[in-house]
Design a protein around this ligand. Sequence first.
Ligand code: KIV
Ligand code: ZN
Length: 520
Amino acid sequence: MEERRIRIFDTTLRDGEQSPGVSLTEAEKLDIARQLARLGVDVIEAGFPVNSAAEGRAVAAIAHEVRGPVICALARTHPADVAAAAEALRGAAAARIHVFTSASPVHLRHLLRKAEDEVIEASVVAVREARRFTADVEFSGQDCGRAERPFIVRLYAAAIAAGATTINIPDTVGYAQPEEFADLIRFVRSEVPGADRVAISVHTHDDLGLAVANALAGVRAGADQVECAVNGIGERAGNCSLEEVVMALATRRDLYARTTGVHTVELARTSRLVAALTGMAVPGNKAVVGANAFAHESGIHQDGVLKERTTYEIMRPEDVGLAGTRLVLGKHSGRHALRQRLEELGYHLDEAAFRRTQERLKDMAARKQEIGDRELEAIVRSESALGEEAAFRLDHLQVLSGSQLVPTATVRIVAAPGDRCLVASADGDGPVDATYRAIQRAVGASFTLVDYSLHAAAAGGDAVGEASVRVRDAGGREAIGRGASTDVIEASAQAFVGAIARLATAAPHATAAASAGATA
Ligand code: KIV
Ligand code: ZN
């Protein structure tokens, strides 16, 4: 059977970033984009530039710096959107503009409030306009899963005639079933005039848990490109999960006869990075990258795997990058070795962030002799989340807690500018609650803890704990903070201080909800 290459179009930074509550900074988007390039995706959809000036700047920074994948920006069929996408992509070595409209009756009637002919006309104008900037133009009609086929033919034929080079078929609301979706792709390929000259892409959502199944059905029906997001994050129930679709294609090559350019050994690291930066934890039972994806609990399974791994494993953990190395740290750990390991792990820290990371590791060497890659990553993430100019920094924490004690915490926080020391104590229902009350008292403001998670970055009682929080201020703005320490209360305190420091420097309306709500 002749094998074909499937293009992997990653939309973690656009559709994925539309996950409720997720809001990434420009630096975080760049970190993810660099890692996606290491992973070997073909296209990075970096954002929707017209959405905000900050989003435009982030797309421009990625276009300027990241090499390898094509960098793509989203645009509605509005001249201002296409212009903003073109402007943001100016620095890219290879640029794509992704123009989208809607295809279903319900979208045309209630969302666009336009007749079919008007939608086609606006699409043609926008695609032509996009082609003035780049020869690589993708076109999508949202909600094809519920669209009428005669309109799909007219809309996509017009977009191809206007210059679209990839036509994307979105099942925007995750309504389609695999056989139906495959039939739709075959229909588009055979009935849309010009479809034989362009690439066909599939974009599936997980509302019924079928995003990956539908994407794979689309591939079997002849799709050339799959749109997906790391950890399957995205609007509502999310997008097609990148790691699942890639590993399905790799593991069942016998069935699909398709290859991808993805270096699967980078999957676990990419997943961890996205989980940490978005604050969206990966469930233990998540396929491919979950903590239990290669864990065997029952005696029969353990026995089988010990005798012959393939009795209960269809993939090898090392193929998805789940085998970590350990770095031996001590007072004399070399700066060069640390820098090199960080680079190997995909972290390119500036001098200040590197120095802070090194300091943290030196402090930790007193409590812990060896540190693994995941622990190192957790420390780097908590340090880089804060940045050099952080408005608040945790300087000191003392907690009293025990079964017969009222938990009490005292904190000292250094506030910029001027390095003022803010000290306060409080009691609470537990040590973390007492700490969070003390922090709020010290900075003189109240916050709501929207989300809190804590996990061990490695096995063992002395493992580094990574805490992630989402905090809301009185104005409704939200921010994520992260902390990492062998002391989980300290990690929790760092995360909380990190989140309120970000709120202190965020633009007045740069809330997670605002940036998610105004997008595609
Ligand atoms: O789900 C969807 O329809 C989209 C489009 C913008 C492609 O995300
Ligand atoms: Zn989508």
